[in-house]
Every structure is written in C-alpha cells, then in structure tokens.
Design a protein around this ligand. Structure first.
Ligand code: UDP
Ligand code: MG
Length: 315
C-alpha cells in the first residue's frame, strides 16, 4: 500500500482563494500519485461567505475532499487542531488556504520526511506583501517568546509544516485547550528541521488575522509556554519595595538633619505613585491572563463545535 499524505487547511471567509487552493494542491498531489495517496481536510471555521458552498461542490466532485464545518468562528489554531484529529495519513501537511505557503514545496518536504525527519517546518526567508508593522511585531513576539519560554520556538515560522503521524498522535492526545501549535510541536521534542522558503503574497482576499487575533495568539503562546512573567512580577515588586525604602530613609534623614525641602517633593511623589500604580496594574493584568487560562481549561468546554462533516468516515 502506498503511503498517504493528509493536508489540513483551515479556512475562514476564503471564497476568493479556496478553489484555487484546491486546484494547486490537487495538481501537486496528482503528480505524486504513484507513490502517495492523498486527502484534503478543509476546516470551515464559521465562514460567513460562500466558502462552504464552494467546498461542498468540490467535495461532490472529489471524495478526497473532506470537510469539517464549525458552527461558528473558533479561530485558526482550533481549526487546525480539529483537522489533526481526523487525519488518516502517514505524513500531515498543515497549510494556509491563501497560498502564501506554496503547495509546490510538498515534494521536497516529503523527501526530507522520507529521510527520517519527523517535523519539517517552513521557515520564511522573505515575507512578501506583509506590512512593516506585521514583520516588526512578529519579530518582537518571537524574541520575547524565546526569552521567556523553556522550549525553543523557531522564529519566522507559522503553522506551515509537514509532520509525521506519530507526532500528530502526541498532539492529539494532549488535553489542553488554547493550543499554541507551533510551540507544542517543539515541545514534543521530535526531530525537527527548518525548510526555508519564500512566503508569497496572499492569492486574494484580506488577512483573517487582525491585530486582536494576533495579540491573542501572542499571549496564548507566552502564557502557554512560560511562567516567567509571574517571576518577573515578583522581581519588579522587590525592586519597587527597595526604592520605596530608600525614599523613606532619605525623607527621614532629611527631616532629622534638615537638608532638602520635602514640600518640593510633590512632583516626585506623584511620579512614583503613578509609576507604581502602573506596575501594579500590569502585574494584575498578567495574573488575570493566567487565571483566565486556568478558568478556560477548568470549564472543559470544547475548543470547537463541528456542525457538519462531509466525506468523513467515522471509525
Ligand atoms: N483562519 C481561520 N480562522 C480564523 C482566522 C484565519 O481558519 O479565525 C485561516 C485562514 O482562512 C487562512 C489561515 O487561517 O487559511 C491563515 O490566515 P491568514 O492568511 O489570514 O493569516 P496571515 O497569513 O495574514 O497571518
Ligand atoms: Mg495568510
């Protein structure tokens, strides 16, 4: 029996690109037909446009097109997580629908997989058509993440990767919600190697990752992979107490030995009050983030709700 490739594609309002995405992927997989079977798992993440309709038409023409359709938008990471639960292949390709990650790279990635690498992650050499803001914020995020976290998370990497089935089985067995997949792949400790490629411009449509979703992904990544922010809060607390003791001693000495003029100290007083109020609020915010994650995990609500499955055999 031939080996099988499963392609996992999360889609959210991608009516302009989804068909082209299918055709490009199909072409690549047809060329590999002699060695590998294939299946495409599209996860419709609550699209409000024609995406699902287009997918359904494709699914009637090609039974290798499988669809999981969510009841509403649950987010990109949850869409990929759901797709991974339904893969039946030996190697799994995770790819965006917008063709920023070219499907034509699959054959080369497969040969790296055949050489025994468990995770081949796409590393972006150049990022075409992305704003300076996105590039700058992404680079800051990965610096912060790697400074704070205990596992090495490769920078300039998205979720575009080819992964061996055994790694997917580990990921699927993790009970946690709020999965930050690219962190978890590193965390599993399986052999991973970078595959450098040039990230293309979106084929059509706009990014489905507005700043709000990017910030959520960033905080999920940091909180899921590090408790260092909590220790930093402690450090800042100790420093601020030390500063206040020094100020107190200075005030006492100036009172006893009658130097300086304390009433002039209004400005410094205001500055320190507002500064430390800020420190406290930031600390509380960080704590609140951790607590909200614990809360989300403890509620045990599902990460997503599948409304419809097409061409998927249960079992
Ligand atoms: N996506 C999704 N749910 C969301 C946001 C995005 O399934 O809530 C999908 C989207 O359709 C695309 C992939 O995730 O296939 C990456 O999104 P996008 O290309 O908009 O992100 P960017 O490349 O701009 O970071
Ligand atoms: Mg994109």
């Amino acid at each position: 029996m031939n080996k099988k490739i499963s392609v996992v594609i999360p889609v959210y309002n991608e009516e302009e690109v989804v068909e082209e995405c299918y055709h490009r992927l199909k072409k690549v997989c047809e060329a590999l037909k002699n060695k590998y079977q294939h299946e495409f798992i599209f996860i419709n993440d609550g699209s409000k446009d024609q995406t699902l309709k287009i997918l359904k038409t494709l699914a009637t023409q090609d039974e290798q097109v499988k669809i999981l359709s969510f009841s509403r938008n649950f987010g990109h990471q949850n869409a990929v997580t759901a797709g991974l639960k339904y893969v039946t292949g030996d190697a799994i390709l995770i790819i965006d629908a917008d063709l920023q990650d070219p499907p034509e790279l699959l054959p080369e990635m497969l040969s790296l997989w055949e050489q025994g690498n468990d995770i081949i992650y796409g590393k972006r050499k150049k990022r075409k058509g992305e704003s300076t803001f996105k590039l700058l914020s992404a680079s800051m995020f990965y610096k912060a993440l790697n400074l704070l976290s205990d596992v090495e998370i490769p920078k300039d990497t998205g979720d575009f990767r080819l992964v061996d089935r055994k790694v997917i089985e580990v990921i699927n067995s993790l009970p946690e919600h709020n999965k930050f997949l690219r962190g978890l792949f590193s965390w599993t400790g399986f052999e991973q190697i970078p595959y450098e490629y040039e990230r293309q411009e979106r084929f059509a449509g706009k990014t489905k990752y507005p700043l709000k979703k990017m910030l959520k992904l960033a905080t999920d990544g940091i909180i899921g992979f590090s408790t260092k922010p909590l220790e930093i809060i402690g450090g800042i607390g100790v420093i601020s107490i030390a500063i206040s003791i020094i100020v107190l001693i200075y005030a006492l000495l100036s009172y006893i030995f009658e130097f300086g003029n304390l009433t002039v100290g209004w400005t410094s007083l205001m500055v320190s009050i507002t500064f430390f109020a800020g420190v406290q609020l930031i600390s509380i915010w960080i704590m609140a983030k951790y607590i909200s994650h614990i809360y989300a995990e403890s509620k045990c609500r599902p990460q997503y709700i599948i409304k419809e499955k097409i061409n998927i055999k249960e079992g």
